[in-house]
Design a protein around this ligand. Structure first.
Ligand SMILES: C[S@@+](CC[C@H](N)C(=O)[O-])C[C@H]1O[C@@H](n2cnc3c(N)ncnc32)[C@H](O)[C@@H]1O
Length: 205
């Protein structure tokens, strides 16, 4: 029996009672570096899936990407909106469930970024998540996933990620381009993260 992670109320409660212990209060340095250096990522439209308080969305917008950020916790989204105003960047914030995001967004992003969201959803919905996320990426677009935690734990969230299982779920729709364990993770997560980049070679429409 899993915690009720499918319900926004579960996450709302974590944010409101100061139990958002995944919150690093900063953007992910690995993501920021990739936006600067990974030559295959062109400027374009990015979706930050499960954006939390919005740090990664803001750094991407500061680097001139056109950013949409989604999270079904209104407390997280409201915080992120305020931070965007203070940072003087324009971001489209969606206070919605990723699984039910409108088909209007199908194949509309050059890049989807996921960090600590795959490990936060109900593990029984991982195949569904892979399909939904892949459906949002344009043909020729990419998924950047920083997989955490790639260790073994009894329960969650965060639920452990098995890299092979992640690959199996996403390679139904996307092609693995890069997989790297040697990344500049923040100290407490060192050795427990893997960067993977996938490209979408075929349209799903
Ligand atoms: C562990 S937190 C990570 C947040 C952020 N990525 C970060 O690194 O701080 C997971 C986030 O995903 C959001 N989330 C979980 N399931 C979701 C869903 N189905 N649709 C939208 N947001 C979801 C939660 O509200 C929460 O903010």
């Amino acid at each position: 029996m899993y915690a009720p992670v499918d319900k926004p109320a579960f996450w709302e409660n974590k944010y409101k009672t100061d139990q958002a212990n995944w919150d690093t209060k900063s953007y992910n340095p690995v993501f920021a570096e990739l936006l600067d250096n990974y030559e295959l990522i062109k400027t374009g439209k990015i979706l930050i899936a499960g954006c939390g308080k919005g740090y990664d969305a803001i750094i991407a917008a500061q680097k001139k990407y056109k950013v949409t950020a989604i999270d079904f916790s209104s407390t997280a989204i409201n915080y992120a909106k305020q931070l965007a105003i203070q940072s003087n960047v324009n971001i489209e914030f969606l206070n919605e469930d990723i699984f039910t995001l409108s088909d209007d967004y199908s194949e509309s992003f050059d890049l989807v970024y996921e960090y600590t969201t795959y490990c936060a959803i109900n593990p029984e919905r991982r195949k569904e998540f892979a399909r939904k996320i892949s459906s949002l990426i344009k043909k020729g677009g990419r998924l950047i996933a920083i997989l955490f935690p790639v260790d073994k734990r009894e329960s969650g969230p965060p639920f452990s990620i098995d890299v092979q299982e992640f690959y199996k779920n996403f390679s139904e729709y996307l092609h693995l381009e890069l997989s790297n364990r040697q990344i500049n993770s923040i100290k407490p997560r060192k050795g427990k993260e893997i960067l993977q980049i996938y490209i979408k070679k075929w349209s799903m429409i």
